[in-house]
Design a binder for this molecule. Structure first.
Ligand SMILES: [Zn+2]
Length: 73
């Protein structure tokens, strides 16, 4: 059992139990919920380089367009 970080919300996810799994560029990502997985699947490039993720802010360091709206609906 190993805990993985949900790249969308930053939660710790147990990779043995979560059904929300997505692969992007050879890396497997785990999500706490279907919503987080959908967020990732929509813009995987925004979340894939999340090493050093910080809970505060949520600034995407990849210079592209930040997600506009729709995060909390
Ligand atoms: Zn999540």
């Amino acid at each position: 059992m190993a805990m993985q970080t949900d790249p969308v919300c930053g939660m710790q996810v147990d990779d043995q139990t979560t059904p929300q799994v997505s692969q992007y560029q050879g890396t497997t990502y785990y999500f706490c919920s279907e919503e987080c997985k959908e967020m990732f699947d929509r813009q995987p490039q925004q979340y894939s380089g999340y090493a050093g993720w910080t809970q505060s802010g949520g600034q995407a360091k990849s210079g592209g367009q930040a997600k506009s709206g729709g995060y909390n609906r």
